[in-house]
Every structure is written in C-alpha cells, then in structure tokens.
Design a protein around this ligand. Structure first.
Ligand SMILES: [Zn+2]
Length: 552
C-alpha cells in the first residue's frame, strides 16, 4: 500500500537530486531548470496529488525563455500540455520515477515544438485557433467534396432558444427554427489552416488574405465575397476543422440600405473601400448529424444505415436492442419499424429502456417517442399491433429481428420466413434469454441451407441442441407466477446481453460477414452453459425446414 509521507519524501529527494528546490505554497511545489534546445528553461512543478489522479502541473517560470510562436501550442490554461489523449500513465507506487517521467515528458514536449511540431499542431487544433464566437450544431450529412446549401438558425423549444443549427432546411423535429439565414458549406479534402499569414481573420481584408493564401480551399475570393455580401453564412469543412464566417455590415450602412439611401447592389463596392474596418464574425461547426454519431464509433462498412429493419417485440430485449440499432446506424428515414401490441406495465420498468412516464402506454409508440428524443433526426415507424398481423410490413424489410423471446412467435416467424420468399426480407435474426436468465443466445437464419430456428429444438418438449443452461435444473425452470402474467424472473443485464448479442450479429451480417449463426453468452456463471459459436446443420427431422428445396 502507498504511504503518502514516504511518497512525498521520495519525490523530494528525487527532485533535489535533479536540481529542483522546494518553493511552495503547495505541499509539493518545486522550481528547477530543464535543458531545452540547448538552453536552460525554468519551470515550476506542482504535485497536487501523490496518487497522480490529478496530473502534476508544469508551468514556465519565465515565458520569455521560449519563443512566443512555440509557446502558443504547448501552453494551455493549465500549464504545459505534456500528455495528450489517454494521458500519461504514471505509477503511484514509484513516486520518484513517476515525477522524473513527468519532467522528461515536459522537456520532450518543449523540445519537439522546436522541431516543427508547431505547424502540425496548429493544423490539428485549427478549430481552436480559429477562435470562434459560436459553435453551430451541424445536422447536414458529411461530404468529402463539393458544396451544400442550407440554413443557419436558432433552434428554440418552449419559446427558449437552445442552440445554433445548420441544416438543409429550417425544420427540425421538436424545435422551432428562428431567424433562418442562408448558408453555404464547401467541403475541402485537405486540411484547413492559416492562409496568407492569417490564423483567424478578423476583418474583411484579412479574410481576403486568408482565402487567397490558401489554394486548398478551391474557391476564388470573388465568389466568397459576393456570397458574403448577400448576407450568407459561409463554411469550410475539412478533415481537421469546420470553420464558418459571416460579414458584419456596419450599422450606418445597414440603416442607409434599409432607408433606400444606398442601393444593396453597391454594398460590395462600399465595403471593399473599408476592408480594414469591416469585421468578420467567426463560427465553428460541430458534427452532430445522426449518421455521424453512429459512424464515428463503428466502421463505415458495418453500419446498419440504409438497411430496413423490422424489430418484432418492444419488450425488455427489444427496447434495449432498438436503442443499440439506432446507435449502429438504423433509425433514419423510417427504416426501423417496431412491432409490439402490448402496453408498458409497472412491473416492466425494472428491466426496460422505457421508464415511469410510459406506464400504461403502448410499447412500440413509446419506444418511437423515446428514440426520437434521443436524436431529432431519428424517425421510426411504430406498430402497436400483433406482429404476425402485419406480416407484409415485416416481410418487406431487409432484416427481421425477433426479440420477443417467445417460443410461439419464434416458431411462427420462422415458418413465415421459410415459406414466403416473395418479399424483400433476406435475414431473420432471433434473440432470446435462455431459461430464467441462465444465458442468452442469438440465431441468424439466411435461408441458405443451414439450420432454421426449429432445427435448434425440433420438438416442443424435446431438448435444445445447444442449450445455454441445464434444462433439467430446478432453478432454470422456475414456473411463472400467476400474479403478473407470464413473468419470468431475470435481471436487466440478461436483456441487455441478449440485445447486445443480436446487435453484434446484425452488424456482422450487414458487413457481409454473418459468421457463426448461433451465438451464446452465459449470463449466470453457475447456471449457464457456454456453447462455442456454431453454424448448426439443418436436420431432416425438423418440422419447419425438412424437404426445403434450398437445403443442400
Ligand atoms: Zn429447420
């Protein structure tokens, strides 16, 4: 175990040996020199916490010892940024070594800045260097090149402005668009950075220098200028930054135009004469488009975007799964349909995505409401009906997911899927909780000669071929109590795992790598039984698929 007193003494001895002296006022504040680029640089080191959860702080004692240009990208409000990303792992059990490592990292950071790291860092962090006054939520889809037109507006709800938004049209579900103004976005495939020696143009003159000094933007100053004079917002979206700008027309000129004392078409000429005085407002765009929110986490090829999905069952598994599907790219343009004929009960909410406010309301429509609240670009179809009564809607989706976990529905969907080949559906994915939460399984049927769902358990009272638990064990067979319908006790984690296994199988299928068709996870490590991922063979005694012509 760590002893704070000993740790402090070791830090003190180590730092003194390295030429540092205690300076206070903190219990571990030291000063000392670093050799950077052949020169001594004095730093102050503060250790707020010997377990290093809060990182030691390194600041320059005399900023003039480092050229200003270099200082700009190594210094933040909290001193020298000597550790990036995941942070610098340092060992609290070796406090002496730990503190030497911090000093060395700080020295290296300063040293690297002399070797041209500066330019690269400006590019990486250009959006910050642009010093925008306002961040704008971008709901447009990302493009690699070309341009897109849209509007910048204030999205307001219940009469309160909530955020600035950039979208194709000023219509965002759940919000009122205030003061929509035309905007043009140019997508640039190269990094955006300083141009003509200007980092963040403040005036019309500087903006011209910035544009003309940056051929990567692929646009002429004349084009930009005339769009600005029309009062538009202009944006450049590159791989490293999304920057925006707008002309601020001086009050006197605006008033003169409004009183018709000056003609609007002479504005460009007038402003050009005052190019040093006319100011530019700068903005930053932040991607918050629905596709972007899912694609940044999963590989593009594995996204569920563009696949129509019928989710049968909006219960405990279906609810969590619906949310996962949306976060995996489903849910735009009404491509996800949810089928459930039941209403949410008080007893459900202990293991359901939906909470108290939805009690008594239909699960399918409530899930639609909840997921559309997750992101304003989600749009889902809800069917508060028995799924089998909506077979046409289901069969016309690419992927059918059965999250009911009910034997009768599983068997019926399996039968329909096998017998009706005239519709769009290509895949049927089942997911269920085995016995009373002993394990979870997912099974994918592609009608390609491998097992169908009923090949896994050919007779109702017979055994499973790949059970996720011991079917004879008393605890796995706890009878349903009469009080709360067909309530089977298992915890929310089992439902979440069943949802996760199914989401993974759906993503693998969407990426063209369906892999093992039957996947098993043991949830209760005592009662559950692990089964290796497997693609079971079809059985001749299967009541559903025996004699099927597609079987090989
Ligand atoms: Zn079968």
């Amino acid at each position: 175990m760590m002893n704070t007193g000993l740790a402090l003494r070791e830090i003190d001895a180590t730092l003194r040996l390295a030429g540092f002296t205690y300076c206070g006022p903190g219990f571990a504040d030291y000063e000392g020199p670093l050799a950077v680029h052949g020169h001594p640089v004095d730093i102050r080191l503060s250790i707020p916490d010997v377990s290093f959860v809060r990182r030691p702080r390194v600041v320059l004692k005399d900023r003039s010892q480092i050229p200003l240009e270099i200082l700009a990208h190594i210094e933040s409000g909290d001193g020298i940024c000597y550790a990036s990303g995941a942070g610098l792992p340092i060992d609290m059990y070796k406090p002496g070594e730990a503190i030497l490592r911090v000093i060395e990292e700080a020295r290296r950071t300063l040293e690297l800045s002399y070797r041209g790291r500066g330019r690269k860092e400006i590019i990486d962090e250009y959006q910050q260097y642009w010093s925008p006054t306002i961040a704008i939520q971008v709901l447009l889809p990302k493009q690699i090149s070309g341009s897109a037109d849209g509007f910048v507006y204030f999205a307001s709800r219940d009469g309160k402005p909530e955020f600035f938004c950039l979208d194709h049209t000023p219509n965002l579900r759940g919000y009122v668009a205030r003061h929509p103004t035309a905007a043009r976005v140019r997508f640039v495939d190269q990094s955006i950075g300083p141009g003509g020696g200007i980092r963040a143009p403040a005036t019309l003159r500087q903006l011209q220098q910035w544009i003309e000094g940056q051929p990567a933007l692929g646009v002429s100053w004349d084009a930009v200028y005339s769009e600005l004079c029309e009062g538009q917002y202009l944006f450049f979206a590159g791989p490293n930054a999304f920057v925006g700008m707008k002309l601020t027309v001086p009050k006197a000129i605006e008033t003169a135009i409004n009183r018709n004392a000056i003609r609007r078409d002479s504005l460009a000429r007038l402003l050009a004469k005052k190019a040093d005085k006319v100011s530019i407002e700068r903005f930053a765009g932040s991607w918050s488009n629905l596709d972007h929110t899912s694609k940044r986490n999963i590989a593009e090829a594995a996204s569920l975007k563009g696949i129509t999905i019928a989710l049968v069952g909006g219960g405990t598994i279906g609810g969590y799964l619906a949310r996962l599907l949306v976060q995996s790219g489903a849910g735009g343009d009404e491509q996800l349909s949810i089928f459930d004929s039941q209403a949410l009960s008080e007893g459900n909410i202990g293991r359901h995505l939906l909470g108290f406010e939805y009690i008594g309301k239909p699960k399918a429509t409530s899930l639609k409401t909840e997921l559309e609240r997750y992101h304003p670009q989600v749009s889902i179809k809800a069917f508060d009906e028995n799924a089998l009564d909506c077979w046409l809607q289901i069969a016309n989706c690419d992927l059918i997911i059965d999250a009911t976990g009910e034997w009768n529905v599983q068997s019926a969907l399996n039968e329909r899927f096998l017998s009706d080949r005239s519709h769009r559906a290509q895949a049927l994915l089942h997911t269920w909780i085995f016995m009373n939460g002993a394990g979870v399984q997912s099974f994918l049927n592609l009608r390609d000669g491998h097992a169908c769902f009923r090949c896994l358990k050919t007779s109702f009272d017979g055994p499973w071929r790949y059970p996720a638990g011991d079917e004879r064990q008393e605890l796995n067979l706890q009878p349903a109590s009469c009080g709360d319908g067909s309530y089977v006790p298992f915890s929310a984690d089992a439902s979440m795992m069943a949802a996760s296994v199914a989401n993974r199988a759906a993503l693998d299928w969407a990426a063209g790598r369906p892999g093992a068709r039957l996947r098993t996870v043991a949830v209760d490590l005592e009662r559950g039984r692990y089964q290796k991922p497997v693609t079971p063979t079809a059985l001749n005694k299967c009541p559903a698929c025996a004699g099927d012509s597609s079987r090989t």
